[in-house]
Design a protein around this ligand. Structure first.
Ligand code: AMP
Length: 419
């Protein structure tokens, strides 16, 4: 028998309702903030990610699933920001729409070593705003992330923020790190020795105990920020305080991708264990320009849906409908049952029937398993009398109803069409 590929997951029917609730909550909250949904393709030209994330980014170096077709190389998207900026520019939204606020929900792919909380196909729900450098927007984004988590009933998370500064400041930070780390190079892990050459900021992200120790000794602060970036970051902190959003400043927080500038943030949850990030994001004020567009400020974040589901404090109400179960016994009854099901569904009443040739007893048990509130029975007797038997599964009461009165009768039970 075939097995799923490592690092992927089947989301079975019983689990899907939890996903749908998260998705529905997400859509509701985003619409409160006036974000519109965007859907970009799952495959993109691989070069888009090399260019945006940076050649030395771990994702580009090791984790992209590449698809070769003739001379072209595509990648299964490892993240959503670069494709959205590509779509923004390709569709001329910079000229027609100005500032855009968009969100997305969908699968991402990274060829990582699978472990708890780390998959090769996982799902992001995230957002991007393109077209502003205002610090107030950073505050909206962080407060939006905070409100989403509250709406998912997640508690006990921590928001960590930092500012990388502009491109010039990032260079300065890189220099500070290079100078500080040079004498300690032998103490770093093999990966960090390579990072020292190509992407020294990534060393701050290393989970190796010895590297963490070495980095701690560097005593990094926000000294690399130019006056303008410092003012920007001060404003972000001030307005987060004014909204009573709790956060911790972490000068060691950098994001491994080239495109980040100024504000970066990460939201962690200790119950997640080693892979403790629920989500992360930040500004990328140079990416639109780097991909051939105008110079426009932009910011976004993404949560990992699998991790959100792991730390929810309670199941949110599952959006199921009251199901009417039709039991038709015999050939003629089945014909009538088919029409009846059709009519019910046309009226917006969720309905199902038995396709396994069950006896009345077996079919009633099935209705019970499906938590059906009402059952409609059509047998020989009912056909003769031109009625349908309506059984209330909660009270156990049963009555005969004429077909022309049936919809009216069912509606009097106030069935839930959508919860
Ligand atoms: P990133 O783009 O790496 O900052 O990812 C944002 C969020 O997506 C992380 O905080 C995780 O919650 C989630 N995530 C990233 N990579 C994976 C993965 N391989 N498996 C599951 N979730 C992931």
């Amino acid at each position: 028998m075939f097995k799923k590929t490592p690092g992927t997951k089947d989301i079975l029917p019983d689990e899907v309702s939890s996903w749908q609730v998260i998705e529905e909550t997400t859509r509701n909250i985003f619409s409160l903030y006036n974000y519109k949904e965007i859907r970009s393709p799952i495959i993109e030209e691989a070069a888009l990610f090399n260019r945006s994330l940076g050649e030395s980014a771990e994702i580009v170096q090791k984790q992209m699933f590449l698809v070769k077709k003739d001379k072209d190389v595509y990648a299964l998207r490892p993240e959503g920001t670069a494709p959205i900026v590509r779509a923004y520019l390709e569709n001329n939204l910079d000229k027609t729409a100005g500032l855009i606020k968009v969100y997305y929900i969908g699968p991402m792919f990274r060829a990582e070593r699978p472990q708890k909380g780390r998959l090769r196909q996982f799902h992001h729900l995230g957002c991007e705003v393109i077209g502003s450098q205002e610090p107030y927007l950073d505050v909206e984004i962080i407060s939006l992330a905070d409100n989403l988590l509250k709406a998912y009933t997640i508690e006990g998370y921590e928001i960590k923020i930092n500012s990388l500064g502009c491109a010039k400041d990032k260079k300065e930070l890189t220099e500070i790190l290079r100078n500080g780390l040079k004498p300690k190079l032998t103490k770093l892990c093999d990966d960090c020795k390579v990072r020292f050459k190509h992407n020294v900021l990534r060393i701050l992200d290393c989970k190796n105990e010895r590297c963490i120790e070495v980095v701690k000794e560097l005593d990094i602060r926000q000294d690399h920020l130019c006056p303008e970036c410092k003012r920007h970051f001060d404003k972000v902190k001030e307005e987060l305080d004014s909204l009573n959003i709790g956060y911790k400043i972490n000068p060691y927080l950098v994001r491994g991708l080239d495109y980040y500038t100024r504000t970066v943030f990460e939201i962690i949850h200790h119950d997640l264990g080693a892979q403790n990030a629920l989500g992360a994001g930040g500004r990328y004020d140079n990416l639109v320009g780097d991909l051939g567009g105008p110079s426009l400020g932009a910011i976004g974040f993404a949560f990992g849906m699998e991790r959100l589901l792991l730390v929810r404090s309670r199941e949110l109400g599952v959006g199921s409908k009251d199901l009417v179960y039709v039991i038709s016994l015999g050939e003629e009854a089945k014909k009538q049952g088919l029409k009846l099901l059709n009519n019910l569904r046309k009226e917006g009443i969720a309905a199902d029937t038995d396709y396994e040739g069950k006896s009345l007893k077996g079919a009633l048990r099935k209705a019970n398993d499906l938590s059906s509130r009402l059952v409609l029975i059509i047998g020989e007797d009912e056909i003769k009398k031109n009625v349908v038997t309506l059984k209330d599964m909660v009270s156990g009461e049963q009555k005969e109803v004429r077909p022309e009165n049936l919809i009216q009768e069912l509606k009097s039970y106030n069935l839930t069409h959508n919860s």
